[in-house]
Design a protein around this ligand. Structure first.
Ligand code: DX5
Ligand code: ZN
Length: 218
């Protein structure tokens, strides 16, 4: 079954609670928090995203799907783990070496949270293969990380397909999430390629009827 994770990256502060409410009643499965530090990606929105994550954890029954686009993974992960997210994802390009990556996986697991590893469009799937047995989700970036409202890069779906084949062949039970440029057309392509969790920001937040938009994505 396909699940939808609503990115709140581009939600304006003024009507944030209304949008959060509409997303939840529109039956998304998770709230996707995009934390950016101004180093791993140009923009810094750490304060706003923490604020949204805190609000959502107070008013919603849905789990947080936290996507860290930060260099100092350990520190920011610690802050989010206090909110007991459903899943916490960091970039393999941020942790870089195997020892550090494994330590971060342990850090997240020790808090009883599911672990995701994200790969940017230019990164080869070989980089994350060593970790697939011990994490819960692969986040395939379908745009260059950093901002919402971009167009999906078609080649990234080939990576989803390769990963799907690899996990099937090796009997690995893991979710594949796609993130960036997902709409009612690209959602179908992503699902066909093997993704089972779709992040959608702009498409949902700008929809006139969020509930209809969620149905179209699924
Ligand atoms: C991009 C973020 C995505 C993005 C999704 O760096 O990780 O979560 O905001 O937004 P849309 O669906 O608008 O591409
Ligand atoms: Zn994201």
């Amino acid at each position: 079954m396909t699940e939808i994770s609503a990115s709140v990256l581009t939600v304006e502060k003024d009507n944030a609670t209304t949008i959060f409410y509409n997303l939840e009643t529109g039956k998304v499965n998770y709230f996707h928090i995009d934390a950016m530090d101004g180093k791993f990606v140009p923009k810094n929105n750490l304060e706003l995203m923490k604020d949204y994550a805190l609000t959502i954890s107070h008013i919603s029954n849905l789990g947080l799907d936290v996507h860290l686009m930060v260099e100092n993974v350990e520190e920011i992960a610690d802050e989010y783990l206090m909110l007991e997210p459903e899943i916490l994802t960091f970039h393999v390009e941020a942790t870089k070496n195997e020892e550090r990556t494994k330590n971060v996986i342990e850090l997240i697991k020790n808090s009883g949270t599911r672990v995701g590893i994200a790969i940017s469009p230019e990164t080869k799937i070989e980089e994350i293969k060593p970790y697939l047995e011990c994490i819960h989700m692969i986040l395939v970036m379908t745009v260059v990380p950093g901002k919402g409202g971009q167009t999906l890069i078609p080649e990234t779906l080939e990576k989803v397909r390769q990963l799907k084949d690899y996990i099937t062949e090796n009997n690995i039970d893991i979710d594949i999430e796609v993130d960036g440029g997902i709409n009612d057309i690209t959602s179908k392509q992503a699902i066909d390629a093997g993704a089972n969790i779709l992040v959608a920001g702009n498409y949902l937040v700008s929809a006139e009827n969020i509930s209809e938009a969620v149905k179209k994505l699924k």
